[in-house]
Design a protein around this ligand. Sequence first.
Ligand code: HEC
Length: 134
Amino acid sequence: MPKILRIIILTIVSLTFAASAAVCDEFTKDDLKQWNAQFMSSVKEGEKLFHSSLGRNTVSCDMCHPNAANTHPETYPKFQKQLGKVITLGDMINWCIINPLEGDKLDLDDPKMIALEAYITYERRGVKLAPGKH
Ligand code: HEC
């Protein structure tokens, strides 16, 4: 391929990337405020669920994990011996719903599951990611 053609192609490719990056970054302060409000409402919902009985007994998450203690969301995905494989945070939450709470597992995209994950993860904000760690 002639050198000039290569330069032209490279220029077109990089301009396309630059243009799409600029489009992706286009959001307003109002957008950010609204998205954060949506996220925080999921966190609040998760906090409520964490303090309520989600299963068939009267046990709630906070009895064993006060303020989401010892939930270590930053270590997922990781191998968990209870399930004998590499699992996500949601799978581990389901393990606790099924076992200590004697309840039915939630779908991983259930808004309640997302809220629990939002709350647990928000409580650990700022902690360094450590996937796989024990
Ligand atoms: C009766 C006590 C008890 C209750 C109630 C309980 N858990 Fe657990 N939870 C445990 C135990 C035991 C483990 C396993 C610790 C381990 O092996 O990492 C665990 C582990 C976890 C982990 C993973 C911790 C880690 O270090 O990897 C998460 C996340 C979690 N629980 C969330 C929840 C949620 C959400 C609820 C409520 C739906 C809940 N738990 C209710 C006892 C409980």
